[in-house]
Design a binder for this molecule. Structure first.
Ligand SMILES: Cc1cc2nc3c(=O)[nH]c(=O)nc-3n(C[C@H](O)[C@H](O)[C@H](O)COP(=O)(O)OP(=O)(O)OC[C@H]3O[C@@H](n4cnc5c(N)ncnc54)[C@H](O)[C@@H]3O)c2cc1C
Length: 441
């Protein structure tokens, strides 16, 4: 039985290099990026990306046949734990959402011509992409309810798009969008929609605004764009015509394809959450050891020790849960129900633990924790999204519960652990032995 908690030494040194690159280069550089637009940022980041490519660590999430490293999910998870220390780090390593998930979708769904046009440039970091499913006027937890329509263009082999999307992350700066649109409203619910590529600047596609959010509260006016990655765009399609070759896969495969992009991505998201929680925990420990009250460090107060111990135990538990999900995916694959329970479990459990740890770190820092002088307030605001993005907690809990109930046989009239019933059954099996030992006096 192979069960090891220590990465091999070569990989350990890779992780150490990534950690020092994130902590010593990416985090300090980002402190100076306020106000720069995407073009300026791309110029600033280019040498860092080149360094990552030189190390052979660029876009590690796909197989070598698609330009990636072919790492298993466990190794990827350990890398993402470190990249999670700062929101910019995945971009510098070419494995940022939504591009990484979109690349996975294109890798399984696109034909070779489409791959040449969108996948390989995306993998190289020459293009940026958006994934667009969510709609403002539809409960988007249920993709079978989507209303954005794609109809055949009567004048050719193309499609005409009409609809209203939002939270299309990065749409204001991306080169193309993977759009989920209904092609046959009469089909069974999971075969109604298809997946399309809509290129930037296609007439009829309008980015209305980047919606103000907890991450960027000041971007709410119509027409105001964040102008760099990280915006969540509202996008309207009005008679937007796209060519037939922009359909990915077959008509009706939109739901199937959208599922393919999220398995590994959810593990990476969860592990980046652990990275955030770890960074917050390090701040918590440092403050507890440094700040004094009543003549001794905060960390000598029992209630602070409680926060430290609870945070550490939760962090370790969450980390093991994610690594177990990654291992399960490596062993059994992500498709069907193979890893569904594990992935749903980490999707709702880890962000909640992360938020709790960041909250305690803020508490230990007192007023300083509430200020923008520390990264904690931003970490708290941005991490909150993970209880909603990629599926709300409740939806993943529902998935997990369904999986757990799937093979459970109903019993009647009493539960199988009903003591009087079990005692009567036991008496039938062991009654004679009991009588025999009783007779011994
Ligand atoms: C930061 C961020 C980035 C995002 N990026 C993208 C993106 O790039 N592309 C994209 O398409 N979308 C994106 N989203 C949108 C996200 O996927 C949706 O918000 C999510 O799927 C929920 O849909 P909704 O907002 O319409 O909520 P609704 O479906 O309206 O649900 C609202 C609430 O109802 C409850 N609920 C819903 N269903 C159930 C149920 N079955 N049982 C019990 N309770 C339930 C939950 O509490 C849920 O939070 C992003 C969201 C955020 C916050």
């Amino acid at each position: 039985m192979a069960f090891s908690f220590s990465p091999d030494p070569d990989f350990e040194s890779t992780l150490a290099w990534i950690r020092s690159f994130v902590d010593e280069t990416i985090i300090p550089l980002d402190l100076l990026c306020e106000g720069l637009n995407q073009k300026q940022l791309d110029a600033l980041w280019a040498p860092l990306k080149a360094e990552v490519k030189k190390k052979g660590l660029w876009a590690p999430h796909l197989g070598p046949e698609h330009g990636g490293q072919g790492m298993g999910q466990v190794q990827l998870a350990l890398i993402h734990e470190i990249l999670g220390r700062h929101s910019l780090a995945p971009e510098i390593f070419g494995c940022q959402g939504p591009d990484s998930g979109n690349a996975e979708l294109l890798a399984v769904g696109a034909n070779e011509t489409q791959r040449e046009r969108w996948l390989y440039p995306l993998m190289r970091g020459d293009l940026r992409s958006t994934f667009s499913m969510t709609e403002p006027f539809t409960a988007s937890s249920d993709p079978t309810e989507m209303t954005t329509r794609a109809t055949r263009d009567p004048s050719g082999d193309g499609w005409i798009l009409n609809g209203h999307k939002w939270f299309a992350s990065n749409a204001s700066v991306s080169d193309f969008t993977l759009l989920f649109a209904v092609t046959d409203p009469e089909a069974p619910p999971h075969q109604r929609a298809s997946m399309f590529v809509v290129e930037r600047g296609t007439p009829g596609m309008t980015v209305v605004r980047d919606v103000g959010s907890m991450a960027h509260p000041h971007f709410s006016e119509p027409g105001r764009l964040y102008d760099r990655i990280g915006g969540h765009s509202e996008v309207v399609y009005e008679n937007c015509r796209i060519p037939g070759e922009n359909l990915i896969g077959q008509p009706g495969e939109g739901f199937l394809l959208s599922q393919k992009r999220l398995g590994g991505g959810r593990i990476h998201h969860a592990m980046r959450c652990i990275g955030q929680a770890q960074r917050a925990f390090e701040m918590l420990l440092e403050r507890a050891a440094s700040r004094k009250t009543k003549g001794r460090p905060l960390g000598h107060q029992q209630m602070v020790q409680d926060m430290i111990a609870e945070s550490h135990a939760e962090l370790e538990a969450a980390r093991l849960l994610v690594l177990k999900a990654a291992w399960t995916m490596d062993e059994r694959g992500a498709h069907g129900s193979n890893s569904r329970a594990e992935i749903s479990m980490i999707k709702f459990a880890v962000p909640r633990i992360t938020l709790g740890i960041i909250d305690r770190a803020i508490q230990i820092h007192g007023a300083l924790g509430y200020t923008t002088d520390m990264p904690l307030e931003e970490m708290y605001r941005t991490s909150r999204a993970l209880r909603i993005a990629d599926g709300a907690d409740e939806v993943h809990k529902q998935t997990l519960a369904k999986q757990l109930l799937k093979d459970v046989k109903p019993v009647s009239p009493w539960p199988s652990e009903h003591v009087p019933t079990r005692r009567a059954e036991a008496w039938k099996r062991f009654g004679k032995q009991i009588e025999a030992v009783r007779a011994l006096g």
